[in-house]
Design a binder for this molecule. Structure first.
Ligand code: PMP
Length: 354
């Protein structure tokens, strides 16, 4: 740290992204990316947009916003595209939390929520998940806070139903409830249809997972016009050109190819279920994941030791050295071949240990 770094950041603990090693070819099951390339339409559109990079991108993101609004069956001014969904989440912390309205989120959830609260100097309440890592919706009634819920949750993969979220919305009519649906396309129930009914609901989603565009950084928020206008005020006060033109073009291309996205999601769900069954046969215990990852532990294997041993053998998974979940690993669901290699490798580790 330099002597110039403001002391207001002295206790800031930045988010630690999953490893992105370039020196060795790992089977990469650690950051919940898609194992499939982006749609050919996305690749073509991005390449075409590259020829005009001397110009600023469209700050209104008009073409892609309109296509997305059509896909979601909402109005274009009920949507805001951002640089990954991380950006819209940060905007939501900036826009809807302050000293009188703290943020509230689970103890085990997306690690960036507490970082966004800290960097914006915002108070926050931690709501512990139940013993089995499910959410007790009653814990979220009348919180007088801006609520952030990842649904399905990460890294547990467990989903709440739309009815359960609706109850939380009804019990917090004077507070914004942000539902982070980064993984919803792998079996969750989206709350986007509820934005017409609840002016306190903001849903965020991403192109990083089901739409195979993690490297392009495209996310979005969906909510009533007034909420989106607030978030636009933050965007135009920080970075009006927040989404670059190649990414906007790729996003448009992806939206023109819904069958490709749907087919990939179906494959991932099938691979998830097969892998879960195989891991169970090997003695693993798992949460009921509705995402593109599994959250698993083995009674005879230390969580961190398994992570390190898999890494040594060329497979990267994600281990969190945090209370309550240190015996688990989060394993991204990849191709069938990748999952077969994972299962064989774990089998070998277990046999060597026996
Ligand atoms: N929410 C959750 C729950 C996530 O796991 C992630 C991915 N790390 C994000 C949001 C952010 O994803 P992105 O910025 O790539 O859209």
């Amino acid at each position: 740290m330099s002597r110039f770094f403001s002391p207001k950041y002295s206790s800031l603990k930045p988010y630690t992204p999953g490893e992105q090693p370039k020196e060795m070819q790992y089977i990469k099951l650690n950051t919940n990316e898609s194992p499939f390339p982006p749609s050919g339409k996305a690749q073509e559109a991005a390449a075409k947009a590259a020829a005009s990079l001397q110009l600023y991108s469209d700050p209104t993101c008009k073409m892609t916003t309109h296509a997305l609004a059509k896909t979601l069956d909402v109005d274009p001014d009920e949507v805001l595209l951002t640089n990954g969904s991380d950006e819209i989440l940060n905007f939501a912390f900036m826009a809807f939390c302050d000293d009188h309205t703290p943020a509230a989120f689970a103890d085990i959830t997306y690690g960036f929520y507490s970082v966004f609260a800290q960097i914006n100097n915002l108070p926050y309440k931690i709501i512990p998940l139940k013993e089995d890592f499910t959410i007790d919706t009653g814990d979220y009634f009348g919180l007088n806070s801006t609520i952030f819920i990842a649904n399905p949750n990460a890294p547990t993969g467990i989903a709440l139903s739309r009815d359960q979220i609706e109850e939380i919305l009804q019990k917090n009519p004077n507070n914004v409830v942000v539902i982070d649906e980064a993984y919803v396309d792998f079996g969750g129930e989206s709350c986007v249809p509820l934005i017409k009914k609840y002016d306190n609901l903001l849903v965020t989603q991403t192109f990083s997972k089901s739409r195979s565009m993690a490297g392009a950084r495209l996310g979005f928020g969906v909510g009533c016009k007034a909420l989106i206008a607030d978030l636009n005020a933050i965007k135009y006060s920080t970075n009006p050109y927040n989404v670059n033109s190649m990414t906007l073009a790729a996003g448009y291309g992806t939206l023109c190819d819904p069958d490709y996205t749907a087919a990939n999601c179906k494959t991932i769900i099938e691979n998830r279920e097969k892998t879960a069954a195989e891991l169970k046969k090997l003695g693993f215990e798992m949460t009921n994941s509705k995402t593109n990852f599994l959250f698993a532990k083995h009674p005879d294997l230390d969580g961190e030791a398994l992570y390190l041993e898999l890494k040594r053998r060329g497979i990267l998974v994600r281990h969190f050295n945090t209370p309550r979940i240190s015996s688990y690993n989060r394993i991204t669901v990849g191709t069938r071949e990748q999952m077969q290699t994972l299962i064989q490798t774990i089998q070998a580790i277990l046999e060597e240990q026996a």
